[in-house]
Design a protein around this ligand. Structure first.
Ligand code: SF4
Length: 217
């Protein structure tokens, strides 16, 4: 069955087993469900005067680490052109939801930050509807579903040479500092070093998403 023929993909029957016909049916159902969820979540994000790209940009900037709060990283994350991202940033800036400042260590680089109004807007994130619905069935979905979807995303990103983004604690470049190094740096337990920059990453920052993330293969 061609991938574009989705008319038979959604049925009420059980999804089980891995015999060839069933495997094909499962793959088709996953495609339809992901596509429909994607369309629905896009629709939800025309809210409070913002569009989906603007909401995504706010969400990204709230979670991005110090290497990733730039227009280039945002364009990479959204899979959008620099021109499109520039329009998104201009709109958010004119609404007073973000600010741009020069990075202290490199004045040529721009650091994008949420303003207080941006933080307040995020508290009204329309994706909370999906989060609440997912929470209600989290036990049913289980860790296997998360693992499967993560693998699917990773495979597609690799095949299409799209930057992955991820957090330090899952990154192959992250080194947890030894006790000796911690004493040396007068640092707290939980910090590590970024293998890409050699800089210290503290406990709060290691859970933020990074443009330089490298998954362990
Ligand atoms: S360890 Fe990996 S995820 Fe963390 S800052 Fe370095 S490159 Fe980014």
């Amino acid at each position: 069955m061609p991938i574009t023929d989705l008319s038979h993909a959604v049925t009420d029957g059980p999804v089980s087993g891995t015999v060839p016909g069933e495997k094909n049916a499962i793959a088709q159902r996953v495609i339809v469900l992901l596509d429909r969820l994607g369309r629905l979540t896009r629709e939800l994000q025309f809210a409070d005067g913002l569009n989906p790209a603007q909401w995504e940009a706010l969400r990204f900037l709230a979670q991005a680490n110090r290497y990733s709060r730039s227009p280039t990283a945002l364009a990479d994350y959204l899979g959008a052109t620099k021109g499109t991202v520039s329009q998104t940033l201009i709109a958010l800036e004119s609404k007073g939801l973000i600010t741009r400042c020069k990075k202290t260590e490199d004045r040529r680089q721009v650091d994008l930050c949420l303003t207080e109004a941006g933080q307040a807007m995020l508290a009204k994130d329309p994706m909370q509807t999906l989060e609440q619905a997912t929470l209600e069935i989290a036990d049913e979905l289980g860790a296997e579903m998360v693992k499967g979807l993560s693998r699917l995303l990773h495979d597609l990103q690799t095949r299409n040479q799209i930057n992955e983004f991820g957090v330090c604690q899952d990154c192959s470049l992250f080194c947890v500092n030894s006790q000796a190094a911690l004493v040396d740096m007068n640092a707290k337990v939980g910090v590590g070093t970024c293998g890409n920059t050699g800089e210290t990453v503290d406990a709060a920052e290691k859970t933020k998403i990074c443009v330089n993330y490298k998954t362990a293969n």
